[in-house]
Design a protein around this ligand. Sequence first.
Ligand code: SF4
Length: 334
Amino acid sequence: MSEIKFDWETGIDEVCTKLKDKKLIGIQLPDGLKVKSHTITKKIKELTGANVILWGEPTYGACDLADRPLEEVGADALIHLGHMPMPYHSEFYAIPTYFVPVKHTGKLNLKEDSLKEIKEILPKKIGIVTTAQHLHMIEEATEKLENIGFDASVTKGGPRLAAAGQLLGCNSSSARRLKVDGFLYIGTGLFHPLTVALSTGKRVACVDPHNAKVSEADPKPFLKQRYAAISIAKDAKRWAVLFSNQIGQKRIELAERMSKALEDAGKEVIMVGSIHQSHEQLLGMGIDAAVITACPRLAIEDGPTWPMPLLTVPETQIVLGRIKPDPYPFDEFA
Ligand code: SF4
């Protein structure tokens, strides 16, 4: 098994050389890194001489920055750990914002057994995709797969993505832009490979970078659950249209369009804004169904725990008869 370590220190060292003139630096950490918050804060203080504050609200991605609240409390820079930037937002930060991706180090170490399993799942012409943590493993995977006869490609996605082969839970343009018959995903969990499986309809083999174990992303249970939610929502009379004010989750015009479309279909509609959306925000409002214009994965991953159907925008368009239910329309955040 290859040894995979977690490296955030190199990125902090690099960023801090640019922050020597700052007085108050805000940091944002994904939940998985909160255990390191004392170490990280101390290191930034030592390297810059600035005071450092941790922004305590959860952050789920580069879509979810604390630049504006930190500006309000007087911070003159933000260090956001764990994600790569969304390049098209770089002109709009309220304070200078620096991204420190947390990288797994080490090699992927794809052995014969794993390669054989990948061959059993995938056709010859494939794309390779991954998350920010494992981008450095793409090269090794490409070489080994080509050695056993695969035609493997990697490409840069749209402006929401910072690197070739990078995926987000709401954007698979680095996969969709390739003319291939299947995909290899390097990483852990189902969240990201499901983006590719749902948005392309093609087979996705997953290789775990910790142990090179191979599995296949199966979208069927999710599709079943999505079509069930769509079906229940067809009878809903009172709708909430949810939107976020966060830089990379804000689709206010889309929320207004959805609101109008639902009203035109005879529904009662209320638009509800917040940083992060939850069903508790709708308590007591008599809402029968909700559509989310912020992070579409909230509907897919958390929707089944809500007391009313929570749909993505394209799923709501199915309810309204504006698009066909098949193939499943994934809500791609452009
Ligand atoms: S999937 Fe959701 S949390 Fe992740 S980048 Fe997209 S909008 Fe943000």
